[in-house]
Design a protein around this ligand. Structure first.
Ligand code: URA
Length: 435
């Protein structure tokens, strides 16, 4: 079938054969298909959707467009987590070493931030010397020796997704459940996993605004992941409020280290432990979730996860002495300004989208793919919903490049907060599991 016939068939809502889908993906990856035809094809999928079999064919064709990581036989299960992204979502940083300390292998291939959503690689690049681009052989070697690695996608992994995503980004075809499913799963399948936990966010700063939307995406990925031989489970988590008390690349690394030291914000610890517990149960390494949570919390409290983190950093080229030095002087930002409450009461809202926009505009995120990220700017000391504040108490502290930017951001962040007279019910972080 020619691509034109395939576009017409999809436009009319007809199904495509696995061979047709495979050849479209292979031809586009090899630059044999013009962008305008691929854009029309993606738009037809956006409106018509894909049947289960087509979604599977697309996902597998994308996975097979490049290298699939190959690991030696080993009793330690290969696992990973994927988050659909949010503000202050730094869970990958403590989770990968925590999982390694629990006897898993974690080939965590991560991405960069775009728009208001932070990216794991941008956070890690604020660590002196840390290398996020490694050849596949080195990725496998670090996973086998340390137990975890957090790197970017290599040139040879899932090139089809890189090209298709770039086109979707500029053709209005990102918010399509079958296309998102294929994009996320093709990358995870290229890691050759035994089990995957998907943190599907919903809320003001999430890709999926409502719980219902998040549930639909989670169901699609969980079902197809399982069909493709990966034990896949999803949790649906609240992204109306930033996770933790810090947003911004370096500030999030600092908070992740606190979590690895058994301290730090409760919600960050809760979600990190929950992801680990789900994977422990999925792979039969814990009898039930409660036992899994206990095992994971112990590894954070006794320093085992922190030791793995330091091993991973060293294996990925980080200068540990310079990192420790940077951690110890990070309480002195270049320019800081506090936003304070103008009244006493209970914090009833700290809007994640507003906080994300402010961090991006301070230079901590990307307005376009080519923007250069400032690793040091951001927000910390965020007050959280449910907390009592007095007049003059700090709601947030801005870290900026200069005093006037800090002051402007501190004024702007007031709009993220609502203070009420009555106590509120603190929002539940992990709302549902999709199995
Ligand atoms: N994240 C991805 O990796 N792909 C998508 O399509 C959307 C979010």
């Amino acid at each position: 079938m020619t691509l034109l016939s395939a576009i017409e068939a999809k436009r009319e809502g007809r199904s495509l054969s696995p061979e047709t889908i495979r050849s479209i993906v292979a031809d586009f990856t090899a630059d044999r298909v013009p962008d305008y035809q691929m854009s029309a094809f993606l738009m037809a999928i956006y409106f018509r959707g894909l049947a289960e079999g087509e979604k599977r064919s697309l996902t597998l064709a994308m996975r097979d467009s490049g290298d699939v990581l190959q690991f030696p036989d080993d009793p330690r299960p290969l696992v990973d987590k994927h988050s659909t992204g949010g503000i202050g979502d730094k869970v990958s940083l403590p989770l990968a070493p925590l999982l390694a300390s629990l006897g898993f292998r974690v080939p965590m291939i991560s991405g960069r931030g775009l728009g208001i959503t932070g990216g794991t690689l941008d956070k890690l690049e604020s660590i002196p010397g840390y290398r996020t681009l490694l050849p596949p052989e080195r990725i496998v070697e670090i996973v086998q020796t340390v137990g975890c690695v957090i790197v970017g996608q290599t040139e040879r992994m899932v090139p089809a997704d890189r090209k298709i995503y770039a086109l979707r980004d500029v053709t209005g075809t990102v918010p399509s459940i079958p296309l998102i499913t294929a994009s996320i799963l093709s990358k995870k399948l290229a890691e050759n996993l035994d089990a995957l936990i998907l943190d599907t966010k919903f809320g003001s700063a999430a890709f999926m605004p409502t719980l219902d939307d998040a549930r639909g995406l989670a169901r699609s990925i969980v079902d197809l992941g399982g069909e493709c031989g990966v034990k896949t489970r999803a949790i649906l988590t609240d992204m109306n409020t930033p996770l933790g008390r810090a947003a911004g690349n370096w500030l999030e690394v600092k908070e992740s280290v606190e979590c690895l030291e058994g301290a730090g914000p409760g919600d960050l610890r809760e979600l990190t432990v929950e992801c680990a517990a789900q994977l422990l149960e999925q792979t039969g390494k814990a009898e039930d979730l409660e036992k899994g949570r206990k095992q994971a919390a112990e590894r954070l409290a006794n320093g085992a996860a922190l030791a793995k983190w330091n091993e991973m950093l060293a294996a990925q080229g980080a200068d540990l002495a310079a990192f420790q030095k940077k951690l110890s002087r990070s309480n002195a930002p270049r320019a800081a300004c506090e936003a304070v409450s103008d009244r006493a009461g209970v914090v009833s809202r700290c809007d994640a989208r507003t906080v994300g926009e402010i961090v991006r505009d301070l230079g901590g995120g990307r307005a376009t793919k080519d923007s250069v990220v400032d690793h040091e700017v951001g927000v910390d000391r965020l007050a959280k919903p449910g907390e009592r504040v007095e007049q003059g108490d700090v709601l947030a502290r801005i870290h900026a490049t200069d005093e006037s930017a800090a002051k402007a951001a501190a004024d702007r962040i007031q709009a993220a907060f609502e203070i009420s007279d009555a106590a509120i019910t603190t929002p539940v972080l992990v709302c549902e599991t999709v199995d």
